[in-house]
Ligand binder design. Structure first.
Ligand code: 2IT
Length: 447
């Protein structure tokens, strides 16, 4: 297989699907060499099959806003790959959601889930619904209308959605309420990220951020660096950034920046526990403005409009918001300000030019599918608890999450160590995830 040939075909077929093409290109480039050592993969056309989702559901979601006006959005579920387990992946509610975005996310999810060591296939879904400025009632009505279409396509052994950007515990609650009413079954295992009193795993809200910091810790340790006292810049202030801020602080690092679509808050003395709690208030307000932190803590947080987190000097950069949020110019600014490590917590948070710049300029870099896999891994742990009708204590979940992140780091080292001894975490994560899915597809025949 030649990456160029496959990409040329996909570009001709899906010329407008930029994010999807970007995600596929990155994986194919990483795996090409290993793939070509396996003629059985080539014969079974594994790559050609793997880059296409198994199926995509598209549906209209109609709901009524607070003024009584009828609103129509589009909803999707991309069931990407079920070679190693039932479809699993989040739902994203964001005005910019397109099939291309969900295809890239579902593709990434397939390899990420393979890295977790748990039996989960890849999927993603969502809607172009924009939660910004919506009331709680509007969010509920939208979630109910969305589930009215989706419920038939999902199930605990079939496809298990969860949260993503714009979908947190509140939305999962509304979605589950409607699912239960339609299915007439208390199938808790059909969604993950549920509330703690009705089947949700303890630590699932924190898991993506906690897992990312466990991974970062192992990566730094391998490079002989102590995370204690290091300055961390985070982008975003949602669920993922919140969990990352808690664990980074707990490990002795200092979170000096958080950001939003409106700009960045510089926090020179490091974020405090109160401020971390306030991130949840900001998320629940649906205002989508990080400036609110500076308004609430005027002596501690200083807001600059229109700037990114990467403009604040730091040692470690953790993109926690959205794809392509860190450009090559941002990477250069980070380096000029002394940053030596970037662990991608958002899915495909760094543009290809930024990754290349990091890799060629001695900055440690690890990709989202490895760094952020703790979220979906803990979803997998939630599914296990649901299937057993039990719930584990925090210590048990945390220990399992930590050991999964350690194993993901080890897989990256195993498949990503280069002849000169350096570790290419992008290659490592892609090859490790790919080999597992490819082998399973091969063994299950031509389907
Ligand atoms: O990108 C992700 O891994 C998630 N949004 C979490 C998916 C999940 O099923 O928990």
């Amino acid at each position: 297989m030649r990456t160029q040939d496959i990409m040329a075909k996909l570009q001709a077929k899906y010329p407008l699907e930029k994010e999807y093409l970007q995600a596929v290109q990155e994986v194919l480039e990483s795996i090409e060499e290993v793939y070509n050592q396996h003629p059985e993969f080539e014969q079974a056309k594994i790559v050609e099959r793997m880059v296409e989702p198994d199926r995509i559901f598209t549906f209209r979601v109609t709901w009524v806003d607070d003024r009584g006006e009828v609103q129509t959005n589009l909803g999707y579920r991309v069931q990407f790959n079920s070679a190693i387990g039932p479809y699993k992946g989040g739902l994203r509610f964001h005005r910019a959601v397109t099939p291309s975005m969900l295809k890239f996310l579902g593709f990434e999810q397939t390899f990420k889930n393979a890295l977790t060591t748990l039996p989960m296939g890849g999927a993603k879904g969502g809607s172009d619904f924009d939660p910004k400025g919506k009331s709680d009632d509007e969010i509920m009505r939208f979630c109910q209308a969305f589930m009215l279409e989706l419920w038939n396509c999902i199930g605990p052994d079939q496809d298990i959605p969860a949260g993503d950007v714009g979908v947190g515990g509140r939305e999962i609650g509304y979605l589950y309420g409607m699912y239960k009413k339609l299915a007439r079954q208390y199938n808790t295992g059909v969604l993950t990220g549920k509330g703690g009193t009705w089947g949700g795993s303890i630590l699932r809200p924190e898991a993506t951020g906690f897992g990312a910091l466990y991974f970062t810790h192992h990566l730094l340790e391998k490079a002989g660096i102590d995370i204690k006292g290091k300055k961390v810049a985070l982008s975003g202030f949602g669920n993922v950034a919140w969990g990352a801020a808690i664990k980074a602080t707990e490990l002795g690092a200092k979170v000096v920046a958080i950001s939003g679509p409106d700009g960045v808050c510089h926090i020179p003395d490091g974020i405090t526990k109160d401020m971390i709690d306030y991130m949840l208030v900001m998320r629940a307000s649906n205002r989508d403005m990080v400036e609110d932190m500076a308004t609430a803590y005027p002596d501690k947080a200083f807001f600059t409009a229109g700037k990114k987190a990467w403009s604040i000097p730091c040692d470690i950069a953790l993109p926690c918001a959205f794809q392509n949020e860190l450009s090559e110019d941002d990477a250069k600014e980070l380096k000029a300000n002394g940053c030596f490590c970037c662990c991608e917590v958002s899915n495909m948070g760094c543009q290809p030019g930024a990754i290349q710049y990091f890799q060629h300029n001695g900055i440690l870099f690890a990709p989202g599918k490895a760094v952020n896999a703790g979220g979906v891994a803990t979803s997998g742990l939630e599914m296990t608890q649901n299937a057993e009708h039990i719930s584990w204590e925090a210590g048990e979940v945390d220990a399992k999450l930590h050991s999964i992140m350690k194993s993901i780091h080890e897989q990256c080292v195993k498949f990503g160590t280069q002849p000169d001894g350096s570790i290419d975490y992008v290659k490592g994560a892609n090859i490790a995830g790919f080999m597992k899915v490819a082998q399973a597809m091969l063994e299950q025949g031509t389907i």
